[in-house]
Design a protein around this ligand. Structure first.
Ligand SMILES: [Zn+2]
Ligand SMILES: [Zn+2]
Ligand SMILES: [Zn+2]
Length: 129
């Protein structure tokens, strides 16, 4: 029974995230779920989002105020160019960065090399507003 309930809540969270273009904090996601009629606690949302991130089902970036923000993203390895003003995030792939990051690790004798990189700025729409 417990498993079933978690699955239903997980699906509701995936559903809420799939309708969002921008990265959202757990509280915002919780508010969306409540607004759509779900009975779900904030701590359940937090726990599910953490598990989903660990399973790489969602992407996580840290917002300007240090809050964790989540979004459903494409499966392939990618980075984000995120607007500090409106939160809009574009998925970017940088071949030069991938090669460089790996080479730097190898040069220092590292194995199992991975990296995270988020680029922030102010988008065109926000700048002209
Ligand atoms: Zn992404
Ligand atoms: Zn913007
Ligand atoms: Zn990368």
């Amino acid at each position: 029974m417990a498993t079933q309930r978690i699955t239903k809540q997980r699906l509701a969270i995936v559903d809420a995230l799939s309708s969002q273009i921008n990265f959202k904090g757990a509280q915002e996601i919780h508010a969306l779920l409540v607004a759509s009629g779900e009975t779900i606690g904030l701590s359940t949302v937090y726990r599910n989002l953490t598990e989903m991130f660990e399973a790489r089902d969602v992407d996580l970036i840290i917002g300007a105020d240090g809050e964790s923000l989540y979004r459903l993203c494409s499966d392939d390895h990618h980075h984000h160019l995120t607007c500090k003003a409106c939160g809009h995030a574009i998925e970017i792939v940088g071949e030069a960065l991938e090669v460089w990051a790996k080479q730097v690790g190898l040069d220092h004798g590292f194995s199992d090399i991975s990296h995270t990189l988020e680029i922030t700025g102010v988008c065109k729409a926000c700048r002209s507003a």
